[in-house]
Design a binder for this molecule. Structure first.
Ligand SMILES: NC(=O)c1ccc[n+]([C@@H]2O[C@H](COP(=O)([O-])OP(=O)(O)OC[C@H]3O[C@@H](n4cnc5c(N)ncnc54)[C@H](O)[C@@H]3O)[C@@H](O)[C@H]2O)c1
Length: 340
């Protein structure tokens, strides 16, 4: 029967099926067909891996009750005006919400669903992989092996920096920051330090991390991982001021959002040896043009925003996003609602 657990399960599996194969998509619910029985929900699917063209989104969103988006869609006043007053629920298949105009959504009383927790493990795992690839120069090493650079064993060839006995700094100790530290601990890290808008004692206790100022984080970290949300306050927070205080042997890692880094300042820090290396999963813009100066640097490892890209996690994210949307449309508490 409509609304039963069994029915909801089938609906979410159906959504999951689509979302599993189409990572860049949205659902549009048309008010003319949506009545409070879930057998009568109608949706439109952007059935492509490429982002929906803006004009198409503006056209199709008109009159919808709900919208499921991914992070490539900027949901601002223009989209919300195009949708009109029926729009009650927005569900984003991401934990980051910097692509959403929160003020505009709040003003219109639109509820927001997002996908925290289900991606934490995958993002933390990828961050560790990126950190090791950068600090132990794995990309350079495989290139050398493949292209004839591998001569005799040499004492200092391709030496990097190791985690044992190091200090790891975390900028923004949230879910992902803690999960990264938990994974790094067995590598014999000596000390975890972090900074945030305020001390986070409960999370810090899990990894015995010390709260420090931004300056101290820069000065003491051998590895510095940016794990904060992108907000007006964190926009460009990793800049010349930060890099100039870091050790020349330290490694900078960013799997949060490209906007937290001033890329010109990072290029300068890397190209002049101010810091030893950087690993980035996120950039501005995305994709980063192949002729971007950062791509010319051997000590910069750049990934194409794949931190949550495991089959299990993308599946869980899509199911959660669909269930958030359905719960919101029913007027029920969402499994994961972003408090406004
Ligand atoms: N690369 C990827 O594919 C990927 C995947 C998932 C999440 N992310 C990014 O990771 C971020 C963190 O995710 P999470 O689940 O850990 O979120 P979270 O909310 O648990 O943690 C974010 C932390 O950033 C802190 N923060 C906010 N403003 C700050 C400031 N001015 N200075 C210092 N710290 C500040 C918050 O207080 C919080 O502790 C997301 O916002 C998202 O942008 C990226």
């Amino acid at each position: 029967p409509p609304g039963s657990t069994l029915f909801n399960l089938q609906v979410s599996q159906y959504f999951c099926f689509f979302l599993y194969f189409t990572l860049s998509l949205f659902f549009l619910f048309s008010p003319s067909f949506f009545i409070p029985t879930f057998l009568r929900v109608q949706f439109e699917l952007w059935d492509s891996d490429d982002p929906v063209p803006r004009q198409e989104l503006l056209k199709k969103v008109r009159g919808c009750d709900g919208l499921l988006c991914v992070l490539t869609e900027k949901i601002d006043a223009e989209v919300l005006d195009a949708a009109g007053p029926n729009l009650k629920v927005l569900s984003t298949m991401s934990v980051g919400f910097d692509h959403l105009s929160l003020d505009e959504l709040k003003k219109r009383g639109i509820r927001i669903g997002y996908t925290p927790e289900v991606l934490t493990d995958a993002v933390a795992e990828l961050t560790v992989a990126l950190l090791l690839a950068t600090s132990r120069r794995l990309i350079e090493a495989t290139h050398e092996a493949k292209t004839g650079g591998w001569g005799t064993w040499r004492t200092l060839w391709l030496c990097g920096h190791e985690l044992a006995d190091s200090t790891v700094g975390i900028l923004g100790l949230g879910r992902i920051g803690v999960a990264i530290a938990e994974r790094l601990k067995p590598f014999k890290v000596k000390k975890f330090i972090y900074t945030d808008v305020e001390p986070r004692p409960e999370l810090a206790e899990m990894i015995q991390a010390e709260y420090v100022s931004m300056d101290e984080l820069a000065r003491r970290s051998d590895f510095l991982a940016a794990c904060c949300a992108l907000t007006p306050e964190t926009q460009g927070i990793c800049n010349k001021k930060l890099f100039s205080k870091m050790k020349s042997t330290s490694i900078f890692i960013n799997t949060s959002r490209g906007g937290v880094v001033n890329q010109e300042d990072l290029y300068e820090a890397l190209s002049t040896g101010r810091i030893a290396g950087a690993g980035l999963d996120v950039t501005v813009p995305e994709p980063l043009p192949t002729n971007h100066p950062l791509f010319t640097l051997k000590n910069c490892v750049i990934l194409p925003h794949i931190a949550s890209a495991s089959y299990t996690t993308r599946n869980a994210m899509s199911a959660l996003a669909a269930n958030n949307l359905l719960a919101g449309l029913r007027g029920e508490p969402m499994p994961k609602e972003l408090p406004l």
